[in-house]
Design a protein around this ligand. Structure first.
Ligand SMILES: [Zn+2]
Length: 324
């Protein structure tokens, strides 16, 4: 280990950056269906896996003693529910090393990567395939959920958004607490929002400043927080923008198309030293340079960018901020 590696530790812990994946994972997992425990059915299923249900189970991937149950198909794909649940055909006995090495990989691909000889691997694959064919239901889709209970899904999505926004807000407050400890009140000294208590500052300002590469290298306390806001924006805002559109009555397809425009806009805004609301027209003009984009798509993208900026300002108001 080199001495420079301490660098990543010499910085404040970011609640949102470090925990948003956990939150998204938990929300996706929570709507996944689960089988009831029925011992006879479990025993029959385990026999189909070629194992004796009366003795200790073996890892389906490597044959060593199993210590846990692995989800053959992960519950979460790109922060959303994958369609596969906590059900018998999706749970297999596994040793801990295989479970962690497999991660979200496809089970067949993972089996291929194990060191067993070809015929052993083929036998294991056939057993798992038979188990899956018999016990794993067809995957559900998020669209089905939205058809069956649109209000609940919208509420659930809004709660997730609120939790993530609270984590980001906690980071904002934590940064102010840290600054207070070392007497660094630079933000209050210099900024025009000095009379605003930090806890009331918008977490995502309606027009968050976007840092240029140059400014990133010389960050003040204030910049740190602003940069955090921007990280939050890039990582989650698009998903939340989609949820917000759906909540406002848009169809999933329309929300996705708005998200595409917003993503392109966010991409464009990166590295610009101006706020998003004033970047919209430049973004629109810049799209004209891309011959692959029709005039119609260009104006659609501009509407999407405008809606996205409205979303940013609405979410900052929602948190009781004073705006900018
Ligand atoms: Zn194993």
């Amino acid at each position: 280990m080199r001495v420079e590696s301490i660098r990543t530790h010499l910085q404040p812990y970011r609640i949102h950056a470090r925990r948003s994946t956990t939150v998204n994972h938990a929300f996706a997992s929570a709507i996944a269906p689960a089988d009831a425990f029925a011992i006879d059915r479990v025993r029959t299923a385990i026999s189909l896996l070629g194992q004796d249900p009366d003795v200790d189970l073996a890892c389906v991937y490597c044959g060593l003693p199993a210590e846990t149950w692995d989800h053959l198909r992960g519950l979460v794909v790109k922060r959303n529910f994958s369609g596969y649940g906590h059900v018998l055909g999706n749970l297999v006995p596994s040793c801990k090393p295989c479970n962690s090495r497999k991660g979200s990989k496809d089970w067949r691909a993972f089996l291929e990567s194990t060191p067993a000889d070809r015929s052993t691997r083929a036998r294991r694959e056939a057993l798992i395939a038979a188990y899956v064919a018999e016990y794993l239901p067809e995957p559900l889709t998020v669209a089905t959920f939205e058809d069956r209970c649109p209000e609940l899904m919208a509420e659930f999505s809004a709660i997730r958004m609120e939790v993530l926004a609270l984590l980001a807000r906690a980071d904002d407050v934590a940064a102010a607490i840290r600054a207070a400890q070392v007497g660094l009140a630079r933000r209050a000294d210099a900024s025009p929002t000095s009379s605003t208590p930090s806890s009331a500052r918008p977490v995502v300002a309606s027009a968050p400043p976007i840092l240029s590469g140059k400014r990133r290298t010389a960050m003040s306390d204030n910049d740190e927080i602003t940069k955090m806001d921007w990280v939050w924006l890039s990582a989650d805002a698009i998903e939340q923008f989609k949820a917000w559109r759906i909540q406002g009555g848009a169809t999933a397809a329309s929300a996705s198309s708005y998200a595409t425009g917003a993503r392109s806009f966010v991409h464009y805004c990166r590295g610009l030293d101006k706020d998003p609301s004033s970047a919209i027209e430049d973004f629109y003009k810049n799209l004209a340079r891309n011959s692959g984009i029709t005039p119609r798509a260009r104006s659609d993208y501009r509407s999407h960018a405008r809606a996205f900026v409205r979303f940013l300002s609405a979410t900052s108001r929602q948190r009781g901020s004073v705006g900018t």
